[in-house]
Write a protein that binds this ligand. Sequence first.
Ligand code: GSH
Length: 416
Amino acid sequence: MSNQSVIPPWEELLEKSKNKTNVKWEIRAGQTPSNVAISSYFNCHSYEGKPQVLLYRDTNAWCPFCERVWLALEEKQIPFEVELIDLRNKPKWYTDLVPTGLVPAVKIDGELVYESKSILLSLEENFTKHGLLPEDKQEKEIALEMIEACEKGNFSRAGYQFLLGKPLNSTIEDLSEKELIAELQENFETQLNQLEKALEKYPSDYFMRDFGLVDIMYIPSIERLAANLPTFRGYHLLGNEKYPLLNRWLKAMNKRPNYQRIKSDARTHNLVMKNVFKLEPLSQELQVMEDEQENNSQQDRLEAAAKLSDNHENVVQDILKNSGIKSWITDENLEQVEEYINLYMRFLANQLLQNYPIPLADEQLMKNNEIAVIGAVSLSYIRNRVCVPRDLTAGAASQFKEAIDKILKCLYSSAF
Ligand SMILES: N[C@@H](CCC(=O)N[C@@H](CS)C(=O)NCC(=O)O)C(=O)O
């Protein structure tokens, strides 16, 4: 094939992108997910021996409680290993180990700690560097009270009751659906007002004088509600003028590189709600308002290019197996189709790397209908499949989708 001149081989794509990206991951051949993020501590420090911390978290990285611990570990620059637990099929050794059977759990120097709040406090105790609690005694007391209040769950309970449109524990009888939603909205707004008041206390963007555990406790539920409420309830937290300090806080959180690295995106949160929790979106358009990504598009593109290059074998097999392509090809042309999928993935990795205004590929790839249809299906499939931050960080995923859209646009205008 003559495309070699236009699209570099995988080795070159990987070399060009991997060395320049700040994100590190581990490839897990034959497993799901096929790549997993590793402690960013390893990016900047050489480390010998076993890290002191082992984090048990959910396979998909959807768990809000795991997100707390993951963020704290990154903010405190603690090197850690990760063991993924499949929540739909929890291994017996895990339920034997952890009394609640829930994630997250950690081992710190071999000692088990579980429950996200206890883990956060235990990390503070064991790793004093990059402290996440105020040094001042009185302020520390206030922070601990706020952590307790968050742990009690009144805020997230009110948010999820409003999102789901039903009280979780009690029943409010004799109300029409409209009245019930109005009541649940009022409950939630009472909680939001309390957060707004709490954010007023210190002259900073955060709950306390500096970023810390209180912010870490709250961010996973607020991140999810900010994504889900517009889509499933038509209610916006982002940009809501009633909550300027909460919006300022979210902006400040989004500026933190460690948070950018571990957060999910609105699209993934909405897909989880729709597909796993079977919530009906208000419109076909799932994503109503995307939260802010810190603009670091070159780094994000490099991450996406590098992960795709490193993981291309798994990606190609995933497309072949799950995109539907297999149902309309024969055994005789399987190898050829696999080669084309591979080529389109290289085309995508190269586009991410080069950021061409008009994606550059061999004529055959763009203009031959039979070949282009393989590209269109493959690209559309992985565009919709990407799960944040399981497969890519939020910023990298948005660059990934942007590059795919550019290629698809060219494919449709030249081939079909
Ligand atoms: N209070 C716990 C809650 C942890 C939790 O509910 N984890 C969920 C995942 S989001 C879980 O492990 N679910 C599995 C199950 O219920 O069996 C904490 O803060 O760590």
